[in-house]
Design a protein around this ligand. Structure first.
Ligand SMILES: [Zn+2]
Length: 291
């Protein structure tokens, strides 16, 4: 399948660092199982299969990684609970298969600091947790950093300090206060629905035919194609009604302007274009289809 996208002056590589499982009920919030079990079949523990997907954006002198997946730092108990079976260093292997090394990554954008997004941000070296990308600047929103360091009982289990504290200790963390253009053409769309200071990444540039092309990495605001339906909002979200508003405005614009939307967790479909449909929106094109 096609695994790169040209948005001049950038080349976008699509990477995956494995699979895991989360409770299907938690993934779809108040939506009954009868409405999601066909599209997202669950296992004996009611978990649905999810991907760990990343974008790697290659520019003239920048190599920007979006999200870092689970990493290798989870306990046996956590690996069992979340049905993780990828061994070793799946993110390093995914980078290598695209022809890159950890040392070449110049920037790491963390959509947020949940353990399935920030897990590969650090690695263990001689018993110490250190940044996994030694030359990179890491970016998170200040609001997310504050929450991750003092989470409520509801989301405490989602934040693992060894995944993000070393970034600050090693002077590699840049905290942002709202939307910012880190490289020309790339915009961070900041929302507070899923968690405080969650950032989606929007990149615009020239398609191979010269037309304007826009893609958005949706993070956990819309984690799978099933979540394109407006009421399908995760139980993990701190402010589901804000998630709903964020989805409404983003999807309306994406349908209007033909944006490519990329999903962090969809197990089958990495990206789509959408149009108006009988149920909110419908998929009009799947990324990689027909290659
Ligand atoms: Zn999350």
């Amino acid at each position: 399948m096609l695994s790169t996208l040209s948005i001049a002056p950038y080349t976008v590589h699509l990477l995956e660092s494995g699979r895991f499982g989360l409770d299907g009920g938690a993934m779809f919030g108040s939506v009954p199982k009868a409405l999601w079990q066909r599209s997202n079949p669950s296992d004996e523990a009611n978990r649905i299969e999810l991907a760990l997907r990343h974008l790697l954006i290659e520019g003239d002198d920048r190599l920007i990684l979006i999200d870092t997946g689970m990493g290798g730092g989870l306990s046996q108990k956590q690996r069992k609970m979340f049905a993780i079976d990828q061994p070793g260093d799946p993110l390093g292997s995914a980078l290598a298969s695209a022809g890159f090394s950890r040392e070449q990554v110049t920037d790491v954008i963390l959509t947020h600091l949940h353990f399935d997004h920030a897990g590969g941000a650090t690695l263990e070296e001689h018993g110490e947790w250190v940044p996994a990308f030694p030359s990179a600047t890491y970016y998170t929103q200040a609001a997310q950093w504050e929450l991750a360091n003092a989470p409520s009982a509801k989301d405490k289990a989602s934040f693992l300090p060894h995944q993000f504290l070393p970034l600050q200790q090693h002077g590699q963390l840049e905290m942002l206060a709202g939307p910012e253009e880190i490289i020309p053409g790339m915009e961070l769309l900041v929302g507070n629905g899923h968690t405080d200071g969650h950032q989606m990444v929007k990149l615009s540039g020239a398609a191979p035919d010269g037309s304007l092309s826009t893609m958005v990495f949706l993070g956990d605001t819309i984690p799978t194609t099933t979540h394109l339906r407006l009421p399908f909002i995760m139980g993990y979200d701190l402010r589901p009604l804000e998630t709903l508003q964020e989805k409404q405005s983003l999807l309306a614009q994406a349908a209007d302007e033909g944006w490519w939307l990329f999903f962090d967790h969809d197990p089958q479909v990495p990206g789509v274009r959408i149009g108006p449909g009988a149920k909110d929106y419908e998929i009009v094109e799947r990324y990689g289809a027909g290659d």
